[in-house]
Design a protein around this ligand. Structure first.
Ligand code: ZN
Length: 528
């Protein structure tokens, strides 16, 4: 009986779109070797040049992390299955990203208190007796706010449940959640938290509502396009439940403000879309002792867990280091099924409510993976890593660091801002237009997916999706000038790197992709 390896969505371009691959071998290492022999393009995603498994790729034998078994030497039985679980950052649109020092949006709130549009008075803190609950949750015990007659009517379906009841509802009223991002995950999460009667909901975001948000970000409506997401969110949430306090923070989450922002909240709900913010939220949660209701989405797959409780693992126990920039596409590049954040965001809200009430079995030490196309949930075991640099026995990260640097993201060189290409391997849309106007005829290679090619295309371009390049690059003529493009320039940069590695020399990446081409050169084409 062969063994099966489950392939996560981001890696399927390298397995001819297969979601699982049948392999054989006696150990985990042999199965992976068989996989990369069958699908050569996967090798560099799974292994370093020295042949070591990359540490942002986690491999599970059935539901166990191989790091806690015998790693690649772990023996496998017939019928066992392997899962490859890469880190995925998808969530809110680009709004809640970590502010860099030069980023004006991150300076809207520098030092001093955040520009809260909610009541400026510090919210009433409830006296807490005893420590956290068994779940490590900050369930409020002690003097709790009374419920008004209106609230009793509103929450009646909670009140008649023994698991919540009057005491639980008062606990929720005394509790607070900070949502990082008011996008795909933050929308359903904040709406259900508000409807459920969580007393105070904070939202950190600095984005503006865009038409492309409306397919999934239900906090915002068509008439909100162009408004600040926070203003739109606040109206929507107060419309749902006027008894809830909404605190809005129009700022990027940064290493400078995170601990102060987190301090007044019981649970942090991570709905961000990029690795620097993921690690920042995680570390700030561990350092401030706040549980992190985590969710992440990509295309039709979602992940959820609860990190950073006292006894449970944190995000870094699972992924000690982020993948190199550009390896994992964002939702803006890869797309996301509109209903997916609805499911995952509501799971995050459910976990936050359970933590605040101290009921049920939270997703602590459990990693939930949801596949919307198959309508399947899988669950993997997570362990707290005693060597974890943040939550381990001897932590080395005890204050917040520079997360952009940690994730290998450097600010764009000055040249980029001035509109000139930054390296000999790049060309800007304006430079390309000048060449075309001068009669030059470079070969235009589009490395997007066929469905993107249907939406818009560069005149005379040829489509070879990035994942197919390793077996199709012979179709290209190395003697010709080649310009490679994708949607925004990330995938095409990888294509250029790959083609250079196989000997192409007359090759350039179109900076900013077809989106910048449309913005700067050809506004008649639709954008997506
Ligand atoms: Zn940890």
């Amino acid at each position: 009986m062969p063994n099966t390896i489950h392939i996560p969505t981001p890696l399927r371009p390298f397995t001819d779109k297969k979601e699982s691959v049948e392999v054989s071998g006696k150990t985990v290492g042999e199965l992976l070797a068989d996989l990369t022999t069958r699908h050569e393009g996967l090798r560099k995603h799974l292994y370093t040049d020295e042949g070591k498994l990359r540490n942002f790729v986690n491999v599970y034998l059935n539901d166990e992390d191989i790091r806690y078994l015998q790693r690649e030497q772990t023996p496998v039985k017939p019928g066992d299955s392997l899962s490859i679980v890469p880190s995925v950052a998808g969530g809110a649109s680009t709004s809640a990203k970590v502010g860099s020092p030069g980023d004006p949006t991150s300076q809207r709130w520098s030092g001093g208190p955040p520009s809260r549009t909610a009541p400026v008075d510090p919210p009433k803190r409830v006296a807490r007796e005893g420590g956290p609950t068994a779940a490590g949750a900050p369930a409020a015990i002690g003097v709790q706010p009374e419920l008004s007659q209106d609230e009793i009517t509103r929450y009646s379906r909670h009140l008649i449940m023994p698991e919540v009841g009057i005491d639980g509802q008062r606990k929720l009223k005394a509790s607070s959640v900070l949502c990082i991002g008011a996008g795909g995950l933050g929308s359903p999460a904040a709406m259900y938290l508000a409807a459920a009667g969580v007393g105070r909901i904070g939202i950190v975001d600095f984005d503006v509502v865009d038409f492309s948000n409306l397919q999934r970000q239900l906090l915002h409506g068509t008439s909100d396009v162009g408004r600040s997401k926070l203003a739109s969110a606040k109206d929507r949430l107060h419309g749902l439940n006027p008894h809830v306090d909404i605190d809005t923070y129009e700022t990027a989450l940064t290493s400078q403000n995170a601990l102060e922002l987190f301090a007044p909240y019981d649970v942090i709900l991570d709905g961000t879309d990029n690795f620097p913010t993921r690690y920042l939220v995680n570390d700030a949660c561990v350092i401030s002792g706040k549980p992190n209701a985590y969710g992440s989405i990509f295309r039709f797959e979602g992940q959820a867990s609860v990190f950073a409780t006292k006894e449970g693992p944190c995000y870094r126990c699972l992924y000690p280091e982020p993948p190199p920039p550009g390896l994992v596409p964002s939702c803006a590049e890869g797309g996301v099924l509109g209903v997916l954040p609805g499911i995952i965001g509501v799971i995050q809200a459910t976990e936050a409510i359970k933590l605040m009430l101290g009921i049920g079995e939270p997703l602590i030490g459990r990693f939930l993976i949801y596949d919307a196309l198959k309508m399947k949930f899988r669950e993997l075991k997570l362990r707290k890593d005693p060597e974890c640099p943040v939550c381990g026995t001897n932590p080395t990260v005890t204050t917040l660091i520079d997360y952009e640097q940690f994730c290998g993201i450097r600010p764009e060189p000055q040249a980029a801002a001035s509109g000139a290409a930054v390296s000999e391997w790049e060309i800007t849309p304006v430079e390309l237009k000048q060449k075309l106007d001068a009669g030059e005829k470079p070969f235009i290679l589009d490395v997007r997916e066929p469905n993107e090619y249907q939406i818009n295309k560069m005149p005379g371009s040829t489509l070879i999706p990035l994942g197919e390049l390793p077996r199709r690059y012979q179709e290209l003529d190395p003697a010709r000038d080649i310009v490679v493009h994708c949607k925004m320039g990330v995938r095409s940069a990888k294509a250029v790197e790959y083609l250079r590695s196989v000997g192409f020399k007359k090759i350039k990446n179109l900076r900013g992709g077809i989106i910048e081409w449309i913005d700067k050169v050809d506004p008649t084409q639709p954008k997506y």
